[in-house]
Write a new protein. Structure first.
Length: 73
């Protein structure tokens, strides 16, 4: 195989790889819009955290709830 043909073959492989990489990046972008980002990306999943005032409100509400539950049992 002469050097010219080898270079042409490698260039063709390079172009094919670049095309495949571009398609994969495009797919990754499309999937990224559909699926929430992985953990560590700054967005939290699940329940939101409560502030101290909200936590105190919940605490008082639950104390009343359990006190009424104990009275009924």
């Amino acid at each position: 195989m002469d050097l010219y043909k080898l270079i042409q073959h490698l260039k063709a492989e390079k172009e094919e790889l670049e095309r495949v990489i571009a398609l994969m990046e495009e797919l990754q972008g499309a999937v990224g819009r559909c699926i929430p980002p992985a953990s560590g990306s700054g967005q939290r999943r699940g329940r939101k955290s409560m502030g101290p005032e909200e936590r105190q409100d919940v605490s008082e509400r639950m104390k009343k709830y359990w006190a009424s539950w104990r009275k009924s049992v």
